[in-house]
Write a protein that binds this ligand. Structure first.
Ligand SMILES: [Fe+2]
Ligand SMILES: [Fe+2]
Length: 304
């Protein structure tokens, strides 16, 4: 019998305030990021807006929540600790999956565990580990009935004013094996990544440098849905597969933006109702239509 699963997608919450920015962590990149947060982000991403989005999301009772990175601003240990507290409020690790964004892996942290503090939220579960089949953290695979959540990490430390991402050849090779294996098992493959995964989807120095190689793997092995953040925009693209299919690639805006900022859409999250096989995907966007307004349904459409 066909099953229906609902997965919520939240991204780029950029939690404030920035705490623990001590001399030990001072460098030019973090100083610029801190100044930007003080001047812009602190006011644009107020916590009460995110709290209302999360309450609305909880009322929809999704089966799982995917958070695609940029939980923090300048990737400090205290921000990772605060983000872990926020994640725990969102739900237990079995119900929430997370991948890091470029603001979470921002600049080198030495021996500090950094985003590894979120390990419970970004590790393969027991059935998924069979598919992931490797000692590395990424991609992780979490099995949710007929749906596999495949978490890819695109975040790497970068120089000042650079927000690019890199998946890396080794992770792309592991991803290819995972997609191939799960495709053969007729599982719904939901891939999470922070940066938009296709070539030309982000500006230079903000883009995924190995998007070409990743796109080739998606085209060759397919997936049922890819969701991402990073651009803080509503995005929908299709990746054509060599088998003649196409993969929906959907980007969501920040779930925390409370007021006009760089012409980005206001706070929003997406809900995916997945039914099948044969698979159908219904996308519902909920969020703010205007600053201070109620959270309403913004969009509803079928992706397949
Ligand atoms: Fe972001
Ligand atoms: Fe980002």
């Amino acid at each position: 019998m066909a099953q229906t699963l609902t997965i919520a997608h939240l991204t780029d919450v950029h939690l404030g305030p920035i705490a623990g920015f001590t001399a030990r962590y001072w460098n030019l990149k973090r100083a610029l990021g801190y100044a930007n947060w003080r001047r812009n982000r602190r006011l644009a991403y107020p916590r009460d807006v995110l709290d209302r989005i999360v309450a609305d999301l909880a009322a929809q009772a999704p089966d799982h929540i995917a958070v695609t990175g940029d939980l923090t601003n300048i990737g400090l240990p205290q921000e990772h600790i605060n983000a872990l507290t926020w994640l725990r409020g969102l739900g237990a690790a079995e119900r929430v999956s997370v991948i890091p964004g470029n603001h979470d892996i921002y600049s080198r942290l030495g021996r500090d565990p950094g985003t590894a503090r979120w390990a419970a939220y970004m590790a393969s579960d027991v059935p998924g580990a069979r598919h992931a089949d490797h000692g590395e953290t990424f991609p992780f695979v979490r099995m949710l009935g007929p749906v596999a959540i495949i978490g890819v990490n695109s975040a790497v430390p970068t120089p000042p004013l650079v927000a690019l991402g890199r998946v890396g050849a080794a992770q792309i090779a592991r991803l290819a094996t995972i997609l191939e294996r799960l495709g053969r098992a007729h599982v719904f493959r939901l891939m999470l990544i922070h940066h938009p995964p296709l070539t030309g989807q982000a500006r230079r120095y903000r883009d995924l440098v190995d998007a070409g190689a990743l796109e080739a793997v998606l085209a060759r092995h397919g997936a049922e849905l890819v969701i991402h953040g990073h651009n803080h925009r509503n995005m929908l693209a299709w990746c054509r597969t060599t088998a003649g299919g196409k993969v929906a690639v959907v980007g969501a805006p920040s779930a925390a933006l409370g007021r006009p900022h760089k012409r980005e859409p206001l706070a929003r999250y997406n809900l995916y109702r997945i039914a099948g096989p044969p698979w159908t995907i219904e996308l519902t966007g909920r969020g703010l239509e205007q600053p201070g307004g109620p959270i309403v349904e913004l969009e509803r459409k079928l992706l397949s």
